[in-house]
Design a protein around this ligand. Sequence first.
Ligand code: DGL
Length: 262
Amino acid sequence: MQHNPIGIFDSGVGGTSIWKEITQLLPHENTIYLADSKYAPYGKRSKAEILELSVKNTETLLDFGCKIIVAACNTATTNAIKELRSRYDVPFIGIEPAIKPAAIHTKTKKVGVLATKGTLSSELFAKTSDLYARNIEVIEVIGAGLVELIENDKIDSPEMQSLLSSYMNPLIKKNIDYLVLGCSHYPYLIPILKKMLSDRVTIIDSGEAVAKQTKAILERTALINTNTKLGTHSLYTNENVVILEKILKSSASSYAVNKLDF
Ligand code: DGL
């Protein structure tokens, strides 16, 4: 079982930001990544649909023999992880907006959270927000349209620039000093966001924390791969192979990208 792959899924290409963190921290692990781009964005879908898609992705990863599953999608985690954990024996790692560190460190007591509608309206997000951000103002912004642009290879486009500035301007006026990225697609927007926000705003995403949690759970369950060879990585998309390849180009790992119907 140790040598079996880590399974990672997202609604599309965005979760590769988490895959990169995992392969960097755990270079000897084998991985399988599923980009469910055909059904993206999840953020506009109902909880029942998000669960159904998450089950489909989980079963595909289990067919590959995955020993642990990472839902590299905030929308899937906040809407479906509880049900997934109760249905399957395999351990699940999820990703949620990192409100806690932002709430601890903010000086202006104003924190922005950019996420999908599905994440911001979930019970799990409300709970986390209540728990950690009681004494600060959390300004929630739905990043409508951002995932669609990323999925269509339009990160560096005028449309992205104007959409992002329409979301950031109100946050700048509110004097936030932390911006929490609550969607695994958004780390790919950090270079643009940095130009828009002054140095006074710190941008946080959850990628590193998810990789550390994956490692901790693999160690605790004795599933960590003790191989000394570098791991192998297969990434699958049910949509456009070229877009997935393009977003991976800055990765240090070597990998294979293929089309798969799932
Ligand atoms: N990467 C997904 C997330 O983290 C994007 C959601 C979507 O498909 O709308 O929430």
